[in-house]
Design a protein around this ligand. Structure first.
Ligand code: ADP
Length: 270
């Protein structure tokens, strides 16, 4: 296991020499390693678009007397720089969320408003593909948290559902509220995710099929952002999926009560 530091020492106990093995996996070391991995990932992810921007700029200069080529290179340059902007934005968002263990000022949030806003943000993209997004009736569910951040998280799940679904399919967004847990599910009829990838999709920069995923303009950061948002709200996110049938992502949050507010402000103060 590359994450474990092994210390080997020869010690003398009485008249015997023994070999001591010690393992160090302190929290500080682990966090440091997570940070180093993150920076390495970022450098790797940025290398490709930055390289492409450089090459395209050269090509653009060389093609200056061919308007058709200039137009083509300029278009690709815009696409690469959009991608760079998107990766940068998501990296900043993720590191901000990772830095905050808890929410500074949780407020009462109506989940039905979160659902409506997240669907609205995806409406245009879905309409273009003839995909319908269907949501159940009002649930009346409430949680404590940060509304814009919750909207952004749910929006990510719906954007994925749209991106990884065939044209004219259906996406369902449902809310249930029982036993003090609010569940928001996004179900699609898309390609689904193979079992060996399921656990990994929440990892930073992880994409099931990088070549295909790149075509969708994805960065592989969306689901890790969702995971951090939900964790900061005291909840979790789960996925169920079957290849060829579709996927369901479920965000689970503690229902708003005086107890959840107390425990949230406690962890915010800690
Ligand atoms: P990306 O920016 O690539 O969409 P995410 O972190 O949002 O990154 O998702 C990670 C990977 O999980 C995606 O690249 C895709 O392969 C897979 N994935 C996410 N959501 C779905 C879905 N609804 N259906 C099928 N595959 C999905």
């Amino acid at each position: 296991d590359a994450n474990v530091f092994l210390f080997v020492r020869i010690a003398r106990i009485g008249s015997r020499f023994v070999l001591l093995l010690a393992e160090d996996r302190t929290e500080a070391y682990r966090l440091d390693e997570v940070r180093r991995d993150f920076v390495a990932n970022i450098s790797h992810e940025l290398k490709t678009p930055i390289g492409a921007v450089g090459l395209l700029a050269d090509a653009l200069q060389a093609a200056s007397d061919d308007p058709e080529q200039v137009r083509r290179f300029a278009k690709r340059l815009t696409k690469e720089s959009d991608r760079l902007a998107r990766i940068t934005k998501e990296i900043i968002e993720l590191s901000r969320l990772q830095a905050a263990d808890a929410l500074a000022k949780p407020e009462l949030v109506d989940i039905d408003d979160v659902v409506a806003a997240a669907i609205d943000h995806n409406r245009v993209a879905a309409d273009k593909l003839g995909i319908s997004i269907v949501s159940g009736g009002d649930s009346g569910a409430q949680v404590y948290g940060d509304e814009p951040i919750l909207v952004a998280a749910l929006q990510n799940l719906i954007t994925n559902a749209v991106q990884y679904s065939p044209e004219r399919s259906r996406i369902g967004v449902g809310v249930t509220n029982s036993d003090g847990i609010v569940e928001i599910s996004v179900t699609d009829q898309g390609a689904g995710i193979a079992e060996e990838d399921l656990e990994r999709v929440f990892e930073r920069f992880y994409r099931v099929d990088p070549a295909r995923a790149r075509n969708t303009g994805g960065t592989g950061l969306g689901l890790s952002i969702v995971k951090h948002v939900v964790q900061n709200h005291g909840g979790d996110v789960r996925v169920w999926s079957q290849v060829g049938r579709g996927s369901t992502f479920t965000i689970r949050l503690p229902e708003a009560s005086s107890a959840t507010l107390a425990s949230m402000s406690e962890s915010a103060a800690a």
